[in-house]
Design a protein around this ligand. Structure first.
Ligand SMILES: [Zn+2]
Length: 123
């Protein structure tokens, strides 16, 4: 009987190990290097924030009363105080593109766009 219990414990431990490694695998797949596209916001040449293109939401840049929206991996300008509004016509998504607001010295660009081609085979 004692032996049986030991074997059962081994099975439980083994399946726990499998579950944990599967959990780690999926966590890495979603949050790791190959799991998403990161975009950055630069203000006057300095990176002030980064965000994920996989996460929908509206982001505010307090320094220049600017806000933009991320939806389905696509970034678009929601609100800007600049006069020309050129940036509102710009789009940024996983494939590339840039949103540049010259009056605010603001640049939003995808940081991971060059690496995505390499990671395709890993999935
Ligand atoms: Zn603008």
């Amino acid at each position: 009987m004692k032996q049986n219990r030991l074997i059962r414990n081994d099975i439980i431990l083994a399946s726990l190990a499998v579950i944990i490694s599967l959990g780690v695998y999926f966590a890495l797949a979603f949050f790791g290097d190959g799991g998403g596209d990161i975009a950055s916001v630069e203000l006057d040449g300095k990176e002030i924030m980064t965000f994920s293109l996989d996460k929908d939401g509206v982001y505010m840049i307090e320094q220049c009363a600017y806000s933009f929206e991320v939806k389905d991996g696509c970034v678009s300008v929601v609100e800007t105080n600049c006069k020309d509004k050129v940036c509102t016509a710009m789009r940024l998504d996983r494939n590339g593109g840039e949103i540049i607001c010259l009056p605010n010295k603001l640049v939003i660009r995808c940081k991971t766009q060059k690496e995505t081609a390499v990671d395709v085979t890993a999935g």
